[in-house]
Write a protein that binds this ligand. Structure first.
Ligand code: NAI
Ligand code: HPV
Length: 469
């Protein structure tokens, strides 16, 4: 990964000051200094060489929720950031209080960063979703507030696919029920309604990262695979794409859903769709709780239309371990718990050591690159913009990051401000209503930096200005 840290040729540079990158809104001084530190991006930890940091990294406050893996916590702590890590999620009201001082927040699938929370997050510059889904964040409100959002697009895909494979066999053999019975001391040896999966058809709805992995694994077990997706996709192995959801539902023994939470996927599997499924077929949902209408599934299970189901996700999920899953949380929870051959898991699709440790590294590194260097590569709500790291032979350089409304005339005004200096490199791109500009400018005197910052801040198009290095 690229490094923001640079060796300093002479110690005089250490006393150079720059305006800091946080909208002059850090509760401490608005002016930060280049500092020397034994920790750095890029693996200089423990060396005696002096290194350059873009600002005082110990000013950066990071809040990690939902038990973000230690790999991620360590990467952030090694930067010198102040890291607070909590095991559970927080409610909206708690977040509104807690997020005020925070510059970086790391969450997983439970924490809802609504526009109300983001509005209170005056110092927040970046959100890391240490998971695949980003539906829990108001991405548009984040972009409009100049807050960049990152996720981990596929580090837990294999784990989800393996869980689903386990569930296909477990449902076909009624493993959950037999195990529960014997745990209760009841010996119930049956073959009626129990099947091999070889030769059966798996229908995958949403053939993305998870659907792909699943397709390969299912074929290896001798299953036939069909899939439905809103885009035309290359099939893995001999899987076949079908052209409608109804065709998939009618042709599969096992139906599994792997779509994102979107307005179009809300209750995508409801009464009507369950009726279209084969008699005695199975349904698996490890996508999002909003995708399957659970009361309709309960009815389909009671009537025998569905021989079994596995659910990993729910409309309202408890914020942390130890909380009860009952009617207070979802009005149908107790009905669901009473049904036969329904496997219920507490959103563990991506919960493996491998997935969590890979996600921790991937997202924490993206956060560090963004905080220290302004790079948005991999962002889900901002254009992807990057410049090569500044080098030692570029003295008196400043990196400007200017997030602004995507309206005519902004670049001219920004370049009028930057034009008093030498613009060495610049990149700009837009995504919807928001544009992101990065520029490295040289021959900037320390005394000029604050004015430069203020001139950019004064433009009507400004969303957020950061001056790095
Ligand atoms: N249970 C768990 O722990 C986990 C759950 N997930 C959930 O699984 C979802 C899918 O993950 P990936 O496969 O990585 O996503 P992906 O983005 O790689 O694939 C999603 C696929 O769904 C398709 N799609 C979107 N709307 C559709 C529609 N209306 N009908 C049919 N297809 C549609 C897309 O074209 C895409 O091919 C995530 O968005 C997340 O919500 C992800 C990881 C772990
Ligand atoms: O990656 C996702 O989207 C998931 O649903 C996994 O969520 P989690 O990290 O277990 O809260």
């Amino acid at each position: 990964m690229p490094s923001a840290a640079r060796d300093i040729p002479n110690s005089d540079n250490l006393s150079r000051t720059v305006s800091n990158s946080f909208n002059l809104s850090l509760s401490t001084s608005p002016v930060a200094t280049f500092n020397s530190s034994s920790s750095s991006l890029g693996g200089h930890k423990g060396t005696s060489a002096k290194q350059l940091k873009p600002f005082i990294t110990s000013d950066i406050k990071v809040l990690l929720l939902e038990n973000v893996n230690k790999t991620g916590q360590d990467i952030l702590a090694r930067q010198g950031y102040q890291v607070e890590a909590l095991k559970s999620s927080l409610s909206e009201d708690e977040l509104v209080q807690k997020i005020r001082d925070v510059h970086v927040i790391g969450i997983r699938s439970k924490t809802k960063l609504t526009s109300k929370v983001l509005h209170a997050a005056k110092n927040l510059i970046v959100i890391g979703c240490f998971c695949i889904g980003t539906n829990q964040v108001d991405l548009k409100a984040a972009a409009q507030n100049g807050i960049c959002v990152f996720n981990s697009p596929f580090s837990n895909s294999r784990s989800v696919a393996e869980l689903v494979i386990a569930e296909i066999i477990a449902l076909a053999r009624q493993l959950g029920d037999r195990s529960n019975e014997l745990h209760n001391g009841v010996w119930n040896k049956v073959s009626a309604g129990c099947w091999e999966v070889r030769g059966k058809t798996l229908g995958i709805i949403g053939y993305g990262h998870i659907g792909n992995q699943l397709s390969v694994l299912a074929e290896a077990m001798g299953m036939r695979v069909v899939f439905y997706d809103v885009v035309n996709l290359m099939s893995m192995g001999t899987a076949q794409q079908v052209n409608s959801l109804n065709a998939l539902l009618a042709g599969a023994d096992f139906v599994t859903v792997h779509v994102p939470e979107l307005p179009e996927t809300q209750n995508m599997i409801g009464k009507e769709q369950l009726e279209k499924m084969r008699q005695g077929s199975y349904l698996i949902n490890a996508s999002r709780g909003s995708v399957v209408d659970i009361p309709a599934l309960i009815e389909a299970s009671k009537s025998g239309k569905i021989a079994g189901a596995a659910l990993d996700v729910y409309p309202n999920e408890p914020g942390g371990n130890g909380n009860y899953f009952n009617n207070e949380i979802n009005s149908w929870a107790e009905d669901l718990r009473a049904l036969k051959n329904i496997i219920l898991t507490p959103h563990i699709g991506g919960s493996t050591e491998e997935a969590q440790s890979a996600i921790g590294v991937e997202v924490a590194e993206a956060l560090v690159r963004y905080v220290n260097e302004g790079a948005t590569l991999g962002a889900v709500n901002m254009p992807e913009v990057n410049l090569r790291s500044l080098t030692l032979d570029e003295p008196n350089h400043v990196r400007v990051v200017y997030i602004h409304k995507n309206v005519p005339g902004v670049l001219r005004k920004v370049n009028e401000i930057l034009g008093d200096h030498n613009v060495d490199k610049q990149m700009t791109d837009s995504r919807g209503e928001v544009a992101y500009l990065m520029a490295d400018i040289s021959n900037v005197n320390t005394s000029e930096i604050k004015d430069l910052y203020q001139s950019l801040e004064d433009l009507g198009s400004r969303i957020r200005t950061r001056v790095l290095y």
